[in-house]
Design a protein around this ligand. Structure first.
Ligand SMILES: [Zn+2]
Ligand SMILES: [Zn+2]
Length: 172
């Protein structure tokens, strides 16, 4: 995805707006981006470089890290990154490089989207996951396996902890 900046190249404070879409492939990460990713934003000539501010809308599919159920999520990622045509400051700093009258946004967008999607995606914050014994999805109800705290050694430890004021009243 390219944005032409020829018209504001020499105009400090000049801005152009853009709109478009691109495809993002997460490769091995277990995240499938559904359909094109839509991008809307502006490029502003700051005098030192070109500031890209954009809003990126995407939808992706992944499996819950605990219960493995498929999840579809919509995400809006806000981007604010500076581009420079000075190779040296692009290499040494955090700026993106461009040359000519176009800024190519693909790499920048891909990077920012990757950073904003959590590594561990959960269907909900209190997902109960699956039983390690029978593999049942515990969000759909308990299984008939013995609960882990039926282990006498563990319950002894728990009693010990609770008498020491550690407290076991978290989420039940
Ligand atoms: Zn889950
Ligand atoms: Zn079970």
């Amino acid at each position: 995805m390219k944005v032409g900046i020829g018209s504001i190249r020499e105009i400090r404070g000049g801005a152009v707006s853009f709109e478009g879409s691109l495809a993002i492939d997460f490769g091995q990460l277990g995240i499938d981006v559904v359909g094109p990713v839509n991008v809307r934003g502006t490029v502003t000539n700051t005098g030192e470089g070109f500031l890209v501010q954009a809003s990126v809308d995407l939808e992706y599919r992944a499996d819950c890290a605990r219960c493995l159920e498929p999840i579809t999520r919509q995400e809006t990622v806000l981007i604010s990154e500076e581009f420079t045509s000075d190779r040296e400051s692009a290499d040494t700093g955090t700026l993106f490089y461009f040359s000519g009258d176009f800024i190519v946004l693909d790499e920048c967008i891909r990077e920012q989207v990757m950073l904003s999607i959590p590594m561990k995606i959960l269907c909900s914050d209190d997902c109960r996951g699956i039983c390690p014994e029978c593999g049942r999805n515990l969000n759909q109800g308990p299984c008939s396996c013995l609960p882990p705290n039926s282990n006498p050694q563990l319950s002894k430890l728990k009693t010990l902890l609770s008498t020491e004021g550690g407290g076991t009243n978290g989420k039940s």
